[in-house]
Write a new protein. Structure first.
Length: 277
């Protein structure tokens, strides 16, 4: 199995374990949330996209068959844990898949298997996915169209991370449209480059040939001013003792989460504006 295969199987069994525990304790809302987040975010958003290059191979290869099998296995198990919440649509899809038995309604509930949990694969994929998310955020902040190919530089100072990314560069190339991709140590920031920083990793995307620098700087300054105003309003609210004492805990948490989100956007915009200087 590929790293992504090991990751999605591990996440599947984690979802089976957690959702089963919640159902046994009659926590139906929590069970539904766990299943939803796994099925929609991890399986659909990530794994299916990672699998497409293998699926679209013209030749019938081991890699292609492996991707097909893992997709079927994860989808079939996902449908069974989804069935109590979405009985009709899960039955309809399940009947179109290879399966045993007459109905998903009487098929066995998936059993948790500890031996398939793989925290090492999960940690490695988390690092790779964080890089992809950061690149996507930069493209979004800088108004770079999704379909636009970019030059991409990854400066990685830690040997373990450098080895991990070089061995799994396929996943970044699958999810990001690149003209060129350079990975290494001691890579200097190209002129007029948007920057993203993760722990031990610097991401550079040269902008000169893909956007209008002066127009983009003006747009980012306006956006930053708007974010600063929103951020200041929320900071006043969450630092107000009267609000903290009267507002429900979930509302306070929501406001604090919003402040953290705005802070991240603010820092990204400030860093991107520096790239124009």
């Amino acid at each position: 199995m590929s790293l992504a295969d090991k990751w999605i199987i591990s996440k599947l069994y984690e979802a089976i374990k957690k959702s089963t525990e919640c159902l046994n304790e009659y926590k139906y809302g929590e069970a539904a949330k766990i299943i939803y987040e796994f099925t929609w975010n991890e399986f659909c958003d990530w794994y299916i996209e990672f699998s497409k290059p293998r699926l679209y191979q013209e030749k019938d290869t081991i890699e292609k068959r492996s991707a097909q099998y893992i997709l079927w296995f994860v989808l079939e198990n996902s449908l069974r844990i989804l069935h109590p919440f979405m009985p009709f649509i899960t039955e309809e899809i399940w009947q179109k898949l290879p399966h045993k038995g007459d109905s998903i309604m009487v098929s066995p509930w998936p059993k948790y298997k500890e031996e398939y949990e793989n925290k090492d694969a999960e940690n490695k994929m988390d690092k790779i996915m964080s890089i992809i998310k950061t690149i996507r955020n930069i493209k979004s902040d800088m108004n770079i169209p999704y379909s636009k190919e970019i030059d991409l530089y990854l400066n990685i100072n830690e040997k373990n991370k450098l080895k991990l990314i070089k061995e799994n560069i396929y996943y970044i190339e699958t999810m990001i449209k690149t003209k060129s991709l350079k990975v290494g140590t001691g890579i200097k920031k190209p002129e007029y480059s948007a920057t993203g920083i993760l722990e031990g990793i610097e991401i550079f995307i040269p902008l000169k040939d893909i956007i209008n620098i002066s127009e983009e700087a003006t747009r980012l300054e306006k956006k930053l001013n708007k974010i600063n105003n929103e951020f200041n309003v929320i900071c006043k609210k969450i630092n107000n003792n009267d609000f903290l004492s009267r507002a429900p805990k979930d509302i306070v948490k929501k406001e604090r989460d919003k402040a953290d989100e705005l802070r991240d956007i603010k820092e990204r915009l400030e860093n991107n504006l520096k790239s124009f200087k």
